[in-house]
Design a protein around this ligand. Structure first.
Ligand SMILES: [Zn+2]
Length: 504
């Protein structure tokens, strides 16, 4: 059983040969090394290493959702991983922001001149969702180069090697007629004709590659003379000329004739993100080998390896060895989580601010959101040992804690959101609706005065409970409210009633 190797650095942080986990465990228990990094697991030796360094190659199969990574020595896989991207999440976040900005603009800045056609994008600009994928891969390649003695990089650049298909001179007849040529052409035609029989539109395979102009009647082996056909149609056509076979369907004949001559659109076969990645990988200074998707598939079938992201990565490029031992390997699963947000306050689905602004401070006690930690909690609800990713949170305001409030949750939310003045207007409106009176009073001394004895507490401070000199205790807010009521009633009505009303 093979396992992902453990990366090893020596005393001077020089990259050494990665070792089997058992060897790493031995080094650690003997005290010859210490843990340097948890993800990916790396140890640091306490001495200098004089071992001969094996040359390693990082191989990459970039994908939209997942990228396969593999580090390969001459015949062995040393380490493998699958890197999950957040490209679609980035795209969704940005379109979400765009909608909110547009809506805010129509509400608040109508008088400004529209400003949307004066932007210029730099050359070779790629959308942030694509760049996110490129940067994910770049940061892992950099990381791996720091931890393992890497001397070269391979990546899958294009899906089909079109140049080799139309110009057989480039790699000689052998390439064109070989098994690999078959793979490349087959994959290309499947894509070009959308996995559909050109004659009957059937999507059920298996498909044959049909020479449109039969070979026996002078048709060439050029890719433009090949079309995708189901076995039935191919047999029915036999060695007839297309004009004879499709004599009753001239429209179809013209369509196929046009389609077979058109090369697959560049956009479908070549991916801008991959070209960008190639440029960025070149900046590492290591030689970058490129391969096509057809070659990857050929290598993988040749080695008898099943398909997954990381096995595809291991089979990228011409440098792939004749034999490759992949038994028992399990990839390290990596998920891109993003750095943080530029947004200072989160917003609800309408784009209104929600909650408190985020803190400017990012790290607390040496930790920040996203750090992998081991927490030992000695007692309480969460007692035990936990390992995982931490999230830094600000303590929730005491005001809205559920158990200690009496108002309906809707009113609480409104009180917290509304300015005092707006709440007052709302209250007066509601009072008129129910035929009640709202008195505007000053709240001076209502907190400090004990409402049933009249004494003034100068040492109240932040206490939650008011205690009178008779020993009776009352909640601070209730006492305040009662005080406000008595005070206002006395001030407003004592002149007309002539006596202090009693309130209990
Ligand atoms: Zn057919």
């Amino acid at each position: 059983m093979n396992k992902n190797s453990v990366f090893v650095l020596d005393k001077n942080k020089k990259q050494c040969n990665p070792v089997h986990p058992a060897a790493a465990r031995k080094l650690l228990t003997e005290g010859k090394a210490a843990v340097f990094r948890q993800y990916p697991f790396t140890i640091i030796l306490k001495d200098e290493s004089t071992d001969e360094i094996k040359q390693l190659r990082i191989k990459i199969d970039p994908g939209a959702k997942t990228t396969g990574l593999a580090i390969v020595s001459d015949t062995n896989i040393v380490w493998c991983a699958e890197l999950g991207h957040r490209g679609f999440q980035v795209r969704d976040n940005l379109s979400d922001r765009r909608i909110k900005r547009r809506s805010r603009r129509s509400r608040k800045t109508r008088y400004r001149k529209p400003r949307f056609l004066n932007r210029k994008r730099p050359q070779a600009w790629l959308p942030p969702s694509s760049m996110s994928r490129v940067f994910n891969i770049q940061s892992w390649v950099k990381k791996l180069c720091r931890l393992a003695p890497t001397t070269s990089i391979s990546m899958e650049l294009v899906r089909f090697d079109m140049q080799k298909m139309v110009n057989p001179e480039i790699n000689g007849v052998e390439y064109q007629r070989g098994e690999l040529f078959g793979y490349e052409v087959r994959e290309y035609l499947l894509e070009k004709f959308n996995r559909t029989c050109v004659y009957c539109n059937s999507k059920d395979g298996p498909f044959n590659l049909d020479h449109f102009h039969p070979k026996s009647k002078g048709g060439s082996d050029q890719v433009s003379n090949l079309v995708l056909s189901c076995v039935k149609c191919n047999q029915a056509k036999d060695n007839q000329l297309p004009a004879d076979f499709l004599s009753d369907r001239p429209k179809l004949l013209a369509m196929i004739d046009k389609q077979r001559k058109q090369p697959l659109a560049d956009a479908a076969a070549v991916n801008a993100t991959r070209w960008k990645l190639k440029e960025i990988l070149k900046t590492t200074g290591l030689p970058v080998e490129i391969g096509s998707g057809g070659l990857t598939k050929f290598n993988r079938k040749h080695l008898g390896i099943s398909k997954s992201h990381w096995t595809d990565a291991a089979c990228v490029g011409k440098s792939t060895p004749e034999t490759l031992n992949i038994r028992g390997y399990q990839p390290l699963l990596i998920k891109a989580m993003g750095y943080s947000f530029r947004q200072m306050v989160k917003s609800d689905k309408y784009g209104f601010p929600r909650g408190a602004p985020k803190l400017r401070q990012k790290s607390f006690f040496g930790f920040q959101t996203g750090d992998m930690v081991k927490a030992v909690v000695p007692k309480g609800k969460y007692a035990g040992t936990h390992t995982g990713r931490i999230a830094v949170r600000k303590k929730v305001s005491q005001m809205t804690i559920k158990s200690s409030r009496k108002l309906r949750s809707k009113s609480v939310r409104q009180m917290l959101n509304w300015a005092h003045y707006r709440f007052e207007l709302f209250l007066k409106h509601k009072a008129a609706e129910y035929n009640k009176i709202v008195l505007d009073v000053s709240e001076a001394y209502t907190s400090k005065t004990v409402s049933w004895t009249g004494e003034i507490l100068n040492n109240l401070g932040g206490k939650k409970v008011v205690t009178g000199n008779d020993g009776f205790r009352l909640d601070r807010d209730l006492n305040g409210a009662r005080g406000i009521l008595i005070k206002s009633v006395v001030e407003k009505f004592s002149t007309t009633l002539g006596d202090t009303p009693s309130v209990s």
